[in-house]
Each structure stands twice: as structure tokens, then as C-alpha cells.
Design a protein around this ligand. Structure first.
Ligand code: PLI
Length: 464
């Protein structure tokens, strides 16, 4: 696709052949549902949701080719032909020589962390992700945020807010020594920063830095195709390069990767750990049989590996990614035009509302983003997710709540699922809720799970 074509209006490169009917609920029903869910949108029943923007994970619409791929499942316990197809597809599109399938991304994170992280180690990353950091911590490591400062400022319009700050890395090496840093975890299109990309130039500079310090780069490649789109649109020299080539180049600058295939690759379940080093692969095979399954299926059915191989190829098509990010930008621009405070620039997989700006009357320890997410559900049945203090959890050493600068509500778009008319309903609802923002109350925990508390935590409203 040329830069000129990329600027033309986007439209979906597919048509709809089957639909899933949705239940419409009343406001009374939704008020009752959110109370029963303890003001946590994860605890709602999906049947009570009209437009589900909770996540883009495992909720995309598979193509006719992917569904056909399911029929080609080779459900042999060992050596399934679908595994070899997946392995070859990963090498072709992502450059990694060895692939170890896992049931989803966090399965890969567990194996990776157990192999590479020793107690007392430090794992720098371009912002934390919930499950990634937890696995690093469970292995005895400490996460260190080395993303550029702009990433923590919702209003900054830096085009590559996912970039790594090499000065922060230098400081860390000075403080702890490079032998205490097994690898740097680099996410493409940083989820918690608002779906923000890293530039190719920054990835190249990081590669050089890591070579100088003998430190690995492990790529959280969950949304690498969306990152590649932003590089194509924003970075000098990449305007005429196909997405597939940019994805390949990004991956080949890293030593290995964890993948949640439920996002970019549009399957309902699956993931993998991939690498180029034979010894690392052997170590991963040793562990995958303990936690996931044999090294040629690792927790995935043969049919799911087949759908994944097909999804990977579809995910790097220029027309697909232009429409995918185009829809996110449509929603983001519509909200921005109506004066709604959102994270800038608009991200690749979601639009993030700035709950601190929208609900200044709620203190961060009363979880404004959680309260806003609950209020949005009540208004029109749109389900979204908190990405602020609740998600950030507690510091493992002090036990104190983290106070992240970003207190956000994420409106996440499943791939190939909703129409522009759905987006218009969402915009209308967000504006209505914001017009009545004063009536939204803060929350406190009534139940706080030990790990990943945002998934199952329960809350009640506070009156002061
Ligand atoms: O949900 P998993 O276990 O397949 O993948 C974990 C995971 C790892 N890295 C990143 C950047 C993610 O976004 C991620 C999962 N994200 C979810 C579930 C989300 O709603 O964003």
C-alpha cells in the first residue's frame, strides 16, 4: 500500500456472513447487574452486555478461512501437522526459528520467567503489563519501568510513546549491574500506555545497547501488527513498506517473544513462546511439558493452531490493519471532537478515557476509572475496562497500592466485530455519562484478591 492509498478513507476488507444476536436490557436491569457484579465489569454476565468493549483478547471474528482451518485440525497428541504449519508461519512472518505453543500469552510468560529470571534480578520493560509483571515477580524478579516519560502523560502527543528511555537503562545498569538484568521486555504497541507504538529507530538503538551490555530483548509481540501500522504512518522511510515487512523487521531485532495470539492473530485462544537460541528452546520444551502440554501442542488443540497460522497471515495484511486501526481512530476522533479527555495519540487497539480528568471529584484511592467503567455500563450496556489504580495493584515489597499516573478507562475494540453504528452508540453514551459526571461516586474494595485483583475484585460505592 502506498502512502497515498493509506490516506484514503478506510473500509472493512470483508463482508458479514453470520451475525450473533444481542440482548437489549433496561437501565433498571443494568443497575441491578452492576450491583450484583460488585461494580466490576469483569463480573458481569456477557448476556447482560450490549456492546462489549472489555477487551480485544480472544473476542475477534475469525474469517471464513480460519473457520475452514478448524476442520483441518490434526488432533494427534504428538507431532500434529498443524504445529509444523504454525512453526513455519511464525518463522516466515515473525522471523523466530523455534516456537513453543502455549494455551495463551501468560502461559508463555510463565515459562519465560522461570527460565530467565532468577531471584534478585531486575526486568526492565516499556511499562508494565499485569500478567507479565506478575510472572516476573513470582520468579523472584523486580519490574523496572524504562518507558519514556511522555508515556505517563495522557495529553502528550509524542508519536512513539512506547519508546524505551536508554538513559533510564544506563542508570539501572549503574545501580544494579548488567548481570542482574536477564532481558528487557519490550512490548510493541504498549497496552497500558494507551496502545502506543515503539519506533523502529528506538528498537534499533535498543538492540545496539543490549548487544553492548550482553542483555537479551524479549518481545511482547501481542499487538505487533498494530505497532507496524503506526511505524508505516509516522516513521521516516517506512511509508511505502508493507506491514508484513515492518513486522518482520521489528521481530528480527529481538531475541525471542511471548505472544498472546488472542489479539493481533484473531483466534479465541492460544499463544506461544518463540526464540532463536537452541538452548533456550530446549529449556522451554522442558518446562512446557510440565505446565502446558507436549512441546508440539502446548495447551492448544490442533485446529486452534491451524486457525492461528491463518490468522497470523491475515493480521499482517495492509488492508486489514488499516481498517482495524481506522475503526479505533474513528471512535477516538468522535470522542475528541466532542471534548472528551482521551489519551493522545489515539492507540492501536483501544481508546482510553482519562478518568482523572473526567472525574476530578473522586480521589485516586477511590478508583475513579473503576467507577467510570461501571457508570458507562449502566448508561447503555457498553462494557469497558478499568486500567488505573485497581489494575496496577500493590507494590510487592511495601504492600502499598501503586498510584499510577494513568488512571484510565479502556474502550477496547474487538477485531472485525462491531460496526461504525455501534461506535456512534458508544460515543453518545460516553457523552451522556460525562454530562452527569458529578453524580458518579467513588468506590472501595469489599473483596480484594491476592493476584491480579482487577479480574475478580468487588467494590461498593462510598458516599463521602
Ligand atoms: O491474556 P493472555 O494470557 O493471552 O496474554 C497476556 C498479555 C500479555 N501481554 C499483553 C500486552 C497483553 O495485552 C496481554 C493480555 N491482555 C489482555 C487480556 C487485555 O485485555 O489487554
Amino acid at each position: 500500500m502506498t502512502q497515498h492509498e493509506a490516506k484514503q478513507v478506510w473500509a472493512e476488507p470483508y463482508k458479514i456472513k453470520m451475525v450473533e444476536l444481542l440482548k437489549m436490557t433496561t437501565r433498571d436491569e443494568r443497575e441491578q447487574a452492576i450491583r450484583q457484579a460488585g461494580y466490576n465489569t469483569f463480573l458481569l454476565k456477557s448476556q447482560d452486555v450490549y456492546i462489549d468493549l472489555l477487551t480485544d483478547s480472544g473476542v475477534g471474528a475469525m474469517s471464513d478461512r480460519q473457520w475452514a482451518g478448524l476442520m483441518m485440525g490434526d488432533e494427534s497428541y504428538a507431532g500434529s501437522s498443524n504445529f509444523y504449519h504454525l512453526r513455519d508461519t511464525v518463522e516466515k512472518y515473525y522471523s523466530y526459528k523455534y516456537t513453543v505453543p502455549t494455551h495463551q500469552g501468560r502461559g508463555a510468560e510463565n515459562i519465560l520467567s522461570q527460565i530467565l529470571v532468577k531471584p534478585g534480578d531486575f526486568v526492565p520493560g516499556n511499562m508494565y503489563f499485569t500478567t507479565t509483571r506478575l510472572h516476573q515477580e513470582l520468579a523472584g524478579g523486580t519490574f523496572v519501568d524504562i518507558i519514556i516519560d511522555e508515556a505517563h502523560d495522557p495529553a502528550s502527543t509524542h508519536p512513539f510513546k512506547g519508546n524505551v528511555d536508554l538513559d533510564k537503562l544506563d542508570e539501572l545498569v549503574k545501580r544494579v549491574g548488567s548481570e542482574k538484568i536477564p532481558y528487557i521486555c519490550v512490548a510493541t504497541c504498549v497496552n497500558m500506555a494507551g496502545g502506543q507504538p515503539i519506533s523502529m529507530a528506538n528498537m534499533k538503538a535498543l538492540r545496539k545497547w543490549c548487544d553492548q551490555h550482553a542483555i537479551l530483548i524479549i518481545h511482547d509481540m501481542t499487538r505487533v501488527a498494530e505497532n507496524a501500522y503506526f511505524i508505516q504512518q509516522r516513521e521516516q522511510g517506512y511509508g511505502d513498506m508493507p506491514i508484513a515487512d515492518i513486522v518482520y523487521e521489528l521481530c528480527s531485532l529481538t531475541d525471542g517473544a511471548t505472544m498472546s495470539s488472542k489479539k493481533d492473530a484473531m483466534v479465541n485462544i492460544g499463544g506461544f513462546l518463540a526464540m532463536n537460541d537452541k538452548k533456550f528452546y530446549e529449556d522451554a520444551c522442558n518446562l512446557v511439558v510440565v505446565y502446558e502440554g507436549l512441546h508440539t501442542y502446548g495447551g492448544m488443540a490442533g485446529r486452534d493452531m491451524e486457525a492461528l497460522s491463518i490468522g497470523i497471515a491475515e493480521s499482517v495484511c495492509d488492508n486489514h490493519i488499516k481498517a482495524r486501526v481506522g475503526q479505533v481512530e474513528y471512535l477516538g476522533n468522535a470522542l475528541k471532537d466532542r471534548g472528551v479527555s482521551i489519551v493522545q495519540p489515539i492507540g492501536g487497539h483501544a481508546v482510553f478515557l482519562d478518568a482523572k480528568a473526567i472525574l476530578p471529584h473522586i480521589r485516586q484511592d477511590q478508583f475513579p476509572a473503576q467507577a467510570l467503567a461501571a457508570a458507562l455500563y449502566v448508561d447503555a450496556g457498553v462494557r469497558v475496562m478499568e486500567r488505573g489504580a485497581v489494575s496496577a495493584g500493590r507494590n510487592k515489597q511495601t504492600g502499598k497500592n501503586y498510584r499510577p499516573k494513568l488512571e484510565l478507562v479502556r474502550l477496547t475494540l474487538p477485531r472485525r466485530v462491531y460496526t461504525q453504528a455501534h461506535m456512534d452508540v458508544v460515543v453518545e453514551s460516553v457523552c451522556r455519562v460525562i454530562a452527569n459526571a458529578d453524580s458518579i461516586k467513588g468506590l472501595r474494595f469489599t473483596y480484594e484478591p491476592e493476584y491480579l485483583r482487577f479480574f475478580r475484585g468487588r467494590f461498593e460505592q462510598v458516599d463521602d
